[in-house]
Design a protein around this ligand. Structure first.
Ligand code: ADP
Ligand code: MG
Length: 339
C-alpha cells in the first residue's frame, strides 16, 4: 500500500458527519490543508504533544491502540488545562518500516476512540517512515471565551490548591508494567488493584468537562494538567505566579488500589503521586470561599475534587506539611528529558 492508500484506509469515514459539522469542519482530510469555521466570538487555543517510542512508551508497557489513545489524550489535556473546549486535531506520525499495518490500524483505533469520546474532529496530519522508533505527534486546537483561558500564572496568596481524580495511579501502573517486562497483549485483563493502575497508565482521560466547569465558574485562578507529577506541576504554578504553595500530605488523594499495590511492593505511594506523571488530572487554585461550590460541581460529574493545600506569599516554591508535623521543601523533579 502506498502512503495515500494508507492514510485513506486509516482515516476515511472514521468520524460521523455530525461530529465534523458540529466542529465547523468545512474541508477535512484529503486536501493540502483543512478548513474550519471558528465559533463566533471565541478565541483559538492550540497545543501539540509528541510521544516517542522507548522514551514515552515501550512495547512492554503499551499496546498500539493505547499509544494512539494516549497521544490524543495528552494533546487534548493541554486544551483542557486552559479550561478550553477541544475541537480539532492534526496527527503527525512516523512509522517504522518493520511495524505491521495491523499495528498502525490499531493505533488509529485508539486515536479515534479518544477523539470521539471528547468530540474532537481529526482534520489532518502527516505521515512519514522512521528507521527504528514510532513517533506520534498530535496538535490539538480548541476554543475558549475571550480573556478567560486559565493560566498557570494566575494563582494568588490565600487561594486553596485543588487536584482532580487520583494522581499517581499512572506511574504505579507503569512501575508494574516495567517490572514484569512482558510483551503487552491487547486481550490481557488484569485483576484489581492492577486494573485501576494499568488503565490509568494506558488510557488516561483528559479532564475536559472539569476544565470547562472551572473556566465557566469564573472562580478558578490558576490551572495546569498533571503530566509530570503533582510536585512538579505545583512548582510550575508557584514559579509562574511568583508565590509559594503549601501541600498537606494528609489531604493528598491516594487511591486505595495504589495503596494496595504500594503495600505489596513495599513502596511509598506518595512518590508516584508527587513525582510520577502522565495522569492528566487537573491541578489549580481558587479562593477558598468558592471551593465547595465549584468542587461540588466537578464532583457531580463523578470526578473526585480534593483540596490539597494553599497558596502563600510567605515563601517561594513548594513545601509539604507531613502527616507527622514536619515540613519539607518538595523537589521539582518530574521526568526531565534533558537532565
Ligand atoms: P501533502 O503532500 O499535500 O502534505 P499528504 O499526503 O501529507 O499531503 O496528506 C494528504 C491528506 O491527508 C491531508 O489532508 C493531510 O492532512 C492528511 N493526512 C496525512 N497524514 C495523516 C495522518 N497521519 N492522520 C490524519 N490525516 C493525515
Ligand atoms: Mg503532508
Amino acid at each position: 500500500m502506498d502512503e495515500f492508500g494508507l492514510i485513506r484506509s486509516l482515516t476515511h469515514g472514521r468520524q460521523s458527519r455530525e461530529l465534523l459539522s458540529k466542529n465547523g469542519v468545512v474541508v477535512g482530510i484529503g486536501d493540502d490543508s483543512a478548513v474550519t469555521a471558528p465559533s463566533p466570538g471565541q478565541h483559538t487555543v492550540m497545543s501539540c504533544d509528541t510521544m516517542v517510542q522507548d522514551v514515552h512508551f515501550k512495547t512492554i508497557t503499551m499496546n498500539s491502540a493505547d499509544v494512539g489513545f494516549k497521544a490524543m489524550a495528552a494533546a487534548v489535556s493541554d486544551i483542557a488545562a486552559m479550561g478550553a473546549a477541544p475541537r480539532h486535531a492534526l496527527v503527525s506520525i512516523s512509522i517504522p518500516k518493520r511495524l505491521p499495518v495491523t499495528a498502525v490500524n490499531e493505533l488509529y483505533e485508539g486515536l479515534y476512540a479518544c477523539a470521539d469520546a471528547f468530540g474532537v474532529a481529526v482534520i489532518g496530519g502527516d505521515t512519514t517512515s522512521s528507521p527504528e522508533s514510532l513517533v506520534i505527534s498530535v496538535t490539538a486546537v480548541g476554543e475558549a471565551e475571550p480573556g478567560r483561558a486559565l493560566m498557570r500564572s494566575a494563582a494568588r496568596p490565600g487561594d486553596i490548591v485543588f487536584v482532580t481524580g487520583w494522581p499517581g495511579c499512572s506511574a504505579a501502573g507503569l512501575d508494574y508494567l516495567l517490572g514484569r517486562a512482558v510483551a503487552s497483549d491487547p486481550d490481557e485483563t488484569f485483576a484489581q488493584p492492577l486494573e485501576t493502575l494499568v488503565r490509568a497508565h494506558r488510557r488516561p482521560l483528559p479532564r475536559v468537562e472539569a476544565g470547562r466547569i472551572l473556566l465557566l465558574s469564573g472562580r478558578c485562578h490558576a490551572l495546569n494538567d498533571v503530566s509530570d507529577g503533582v510536585a512538579s506541576e505545583a512548582w510550575e504554578i508557584a514559579e509562574a505566579s511568583a508565590c509559594g504553595i503549601w501541600l498537606d500530605e494528609a489531604s493528598l488523594p491516594v487511591h486505595p488500589d495504589m495503596t494496595a499495590y504500594a503495600a505489596e511492593t513495599r513502596r511509598n505511594p506518595l512518590d508516584w503521586l508527587l513525582f510520577g506523571g502522565e495522569d492528566y488530572e487537573l491541578i489549580g487554585t481558587m479562593p477558598r470561599m468558592y471551593a465547595e461550590q465549584v468542587g461540588g460541581a466537578v464532583q457531580a460529574t463523578g470526578l473526585p475534587f480534593t483540596v490539597i493545600g494553599e497558596v502563600t506569599d510567605s515563601f517561594a516554591g513548594v513545601r509539604m506539611r507531613s502527616s507527622d508535623g514536619r515540613t519539607e521543601t518538595l523537589d521539582k523533579k518530574g521526568y526531565n528529558h534533558f537532565a
